[in-house]
Design a binder for this molecule. Structure first.
Ligand code: AMP
Ligand code: GLY
Length: 452
């Protein structure tokens, strides 16, 4: 099987690495790739948003399956373009990708499907939105309706903060056209979790839970980012909770999307909030999470390519599911100084042995008594043979081991051997799970009650 992966981040690096190991895969291409990806896949110099040229490439090179990493090409309709040329692609059509591209659409689908989620209202008019905030008696969250690079959500402690967020979003257009419409919702409290399911339009199979760490700094302080680290599995979130999310969230959403003539194919990523016996959906994404994908791929066994191909062709077997090893995996993101705001590029990256990760044909891996460490590249480039920074999130150091504690230790040991000027990273990825300070018996599936 020949595969084309679309994207250039650490998520796509992890996907290329895993797909290249799938038994039936003879070749992996990646458009456009990066210095790490290019060690496991052949780079293709086409932008992820250039659907017409990507489809022409797939036709010419007899690609059996295209796998899309980021949301933007999906929202712009790459799956529609591929379908028009009868090319197999794993990812939703533009109308199904509205689950991520429009928060009001996602909320309406949840309401229609009976999926537990925060109470909400949608506004196109600033004065009406302000009146709604003034009348509300509880803390609110203001969300730009459209895509805003993960920055369009403001969690507000007071009505004044909510009014200010409305002004920023709707009047000052801080997130551009994405803020022409807002969703105002009730603020929820609890633990956030990411859940992933592979979908083929009618059938879904679970991939499992991971936990992201979105704020820049330790103890969840500082500005929100695309994600500074993740781990999987999440203690206390096992088969029962998974079955419940499949039954109460994934299956009803798939049914609702089919009824809306927008059947959902691809990864359904449910951002969940768990608290005091309640399960709520905060948001949907229509792709693998970044960085959650990286530790997930290190636990995944079996033939990922076959699963994604079956999903693309609408023939997932509901009884089969991708096998995840019992290992734990922890991913730590190394970011540029200044990220998530502005940052410099082109700074030299130094990797000290034995973490010469990234130099061997296997994308950089070594095994130390069953501990496996990989360096997935995101914002990197090569300049006269020197690896340099080329983005906000630069690298994801990911380790898998027999326990969460060992995986975290291995990831941090490897991260310490990588340096570039101004390197930022969180030092507490997976710490709360390790301390057991959030997963307790009340989070067990059987005891989690219905939504708000
Ligand atoms: P979203 O892009 O919708 O996931 O929102 C980004 C972040 O805002 C989430 O990861 C949460 O931390 C936070 N958030 C979103 N909705 C709510 C809510 N209703 N209550 C509390 N926090 C929220
Ligand atoms: N890690 C959050 C996201 O991929 O959207």
């Amino acid at each position: 099987m020949k595969i084309l992966v679309v994207g250039k981040g650490a998520r796509e690096h992890a996907l290329c690495w895993r797909l290249a190991r799938s038994p039936g895969v003879e070749k992996v291409y990646c458009a456009p790739g990066n210095p790490g990806i290019n060690r496991v896949a052949e780079p293709v110099a086409i932008a992820p948003t250039d659907a017409a040229r990507l489809a022409a490439f797939a036709e010419q090179h007899r690609i059996d399956l295209t796998v899309v990493g980021p949301e933007e090409p999906l929202v712009l309709g790459i799956a529609d373009a591929f379908a028009a040329s009868a090319l197999a692609i794993f990812g939703p059509t533009a109308s199904a990708a509205r689950l991520e591209a429009s928060k009001s659409f996602a909320k309406q689908v949840m309401r229609r499907a009976g999926v537990p989620t925060a109470e909400f209202a949608v506004f196109d008019n600033l004065e009406q939105a302000r009146a709604h905030v003034a009348a509300a008696k509880r803390p609110l969250v203001i969300k730009a309706d459209g895509l805003a690079m993960g920055k369009g959500v403001t969690v507000c402690a007071t009505a004044e903060a909510a009014l200010a967020a409305l002004d920023e979003t709707m009047a000052a257009r801080r997130f551009g056209a994405a803020g022409a419409r807002v969703v105002i919702e009730e603020r929820l409290y609890g633990e956030e979790l990411s859940f992933f399911a592979l979908c083929d339009g009618k059938t879904a199979v679970p991939l499992g839970f991971a936990q992201d760490h979105k704020p820049l700094n330790d103890a969840d302080r500082g500005p929100n980012t695309g994600g500074m680290g993740a781990y999987t599995p999440v203690p206390g979130c096992g088969a029962e909770l998974e079955a419940r999310v499949m039954r109460e969230v994934v299956a009803p959403v798939l049914r609702a999307m089919a009824e809306l003539a927008a059947p959902f194919k691809g990864v359904l990523y449910a951002g969940l909030m768990l608290c005091e016996g309640r399960l709520n959906v905060l948001e949907f994404n229509v792709r693998f999470g970044d960085p959650e994908c990286q530790p997930m791929m290190m636990r995944l066994g079996g033939d990922l390519a076959e699963f994604l191909l079956a999903a693309a062709h609408g023939r997932l077997d509901p009884a089969a599911r991708p096998s995840l090893s019992r290992r734990s995996a922890v991913a730590v993101v190394l970011a540029s100084a200044g990220y998530p705001a502005s940052y410099r590029k082109g700074l030299p990256i130094r990797i000290t042995e034995p973490a010469s990760l990234g130099d061997d044909a296997d994308a950089g891996c070594y095994d130390e008594s069953s501990i496996e460490v990989k360096l997935f590249h995101a914002g990197t480039a090569e300049n006269n043979g020197q690896l340099v920074t080329d983005g906000g999130r630069v690298l994801t150091v990911t380790a898998a081991a027999s326990s969460l504690a060992l995986a975290a230790q291995a990831a941090y040991q490897a991260a310490a051997r990588i340096d570039f000027p101004g390197k930022q990273m969180r030092s507490d990825i997976a710490r709360r799970a390790l301390e057991g300070s959030f997963i307790s018996d009340r989070l067990q599936a059987g005891r989690i009650g219905h939504g708000s």
